[in-house]
Design a protein around this ligand. Structure first.
Ligand code: 5GP
Length: 142
């Protein structure tokens, strides 16, 4: 497996060199909105540790990322009146991974509404800002 690239786009977000629509942060994880959401509120949950994907992650980082994904999922159900949540996680190019810092997708779903194709359309900044605000409030209220 290739080694971890410290200049991948998500590491730059983690270092604060690039902006994001943050929805949750603690000492070990960060969650922010996907800028090309497959549904409103589509969120990415990352460990802060330099981890490429599930193949080099520690058990602790994996467990924590999933705990945060659950927190975001519960918030998203409330914030977006979602009927369900799809969790996705891709590993290496052959597995569909595009950005090589471990991340879990939390995708709110409405009954009968298909997801948009991956990375198909960049969402407007004001929509992302509003969705982040709703999700932050819902997570904080849990
Ligand atoms: P994956 O590696 O899981 O296949 O896909 C990477 C995901 O990151 C895609 O869903 C894509 O829309 C998202 N993405 C790519 N670049 C950026 C970015 O600069 N900021 C954010 N927030 N999401 C991004």
């Amino acid at each position: 497996m290739p080694s971890y690239d410290p200049n991948n786009i998500f590491t730059k977000i983690l270092r604060g060199e690039l902006p994001c629509y943050k929805v949750y942060e603690d000492d070990k994880a960060l969650a922010f909105l996907d800028i090309m959401p497959r549904s409103p509120g589509h969120t990415l949950v990352l460990p802060k540790a330099p981890v490429r994907n599930i193949l080099d992650a520690s058990a602790d980082d994996l467990a924590h990322v999933m705990t945060v994904a659950q927190k975001v999922a519960k918030g998203a159900i409330k914030a977006f009146a979602a009927d369900g949540i799809t969790i996705q996680q891709f590993n290496e190019s052959a597995g569909g991974q595009v950005v090589f810092h471990l991340h879990v997708h939390v995708i709110p779903r409405k009954a009968g509404a298909p997801m948009k194709p991956p990375a198909s359309e960049k969402e407007k900044p004001d929509v992302l800002a509003e969705n982040a605000k709703k999700l932050v409030a819902a997570i904080a209220a849990d």
